[in-house]
Ligand binder design. Sequence first.
Ligand SMILES: [Zn+2]
Length: 167
Amino acid sequence: MTTAHKPKTNWQHGLIVKSSPLHGAGVYTTVPLKKGQRVLEYTGPRITKKQSELLYADSEVTYLFGMDGGKIIIDGFGMAAFVNHSCDPNCETDQIAGRIWIIATQAIKPGEELTYDYNLYDATQGEEAPCYCGGKTCRGTMFSEDEIARLKRASKRKNGKLKKKVA
Ligand SMILES: [Zn+2]
């Protein structure tokens, strides 16, 4: 028994990071996971919204996760930052006692990729976050329903007329 090689990040027993057909790298389980199981904590330094804007103003890809209703941002550093988005996910996130957990919403078999719905928010006008999850319920974007509605309202104000509905 040794703790000499104890990893600094939260690499979890039974979970691996490998390339994903969804996007870049993804997190896979090699062990069965139970519905309701806390799978992985979203770890990383806590920063303010303002700090995150300064740090990542020009970044296309970030691993930021808003908690406390967006007042605090986790600058993702660890395995959870690799979990991909899906519109038909097998996990969800929940804030429990000041920590963000990725929790299985169904039984997950070994070999399956873990996903949760990013529900992205705080987009700047014109910004896009296309989703290619290919799920039956795919909404074509990783933005949340609320954010899609907000962006539509914003663009209406800007254009002064109704935007054509895109099928
Ligand atoms: Zn999708």
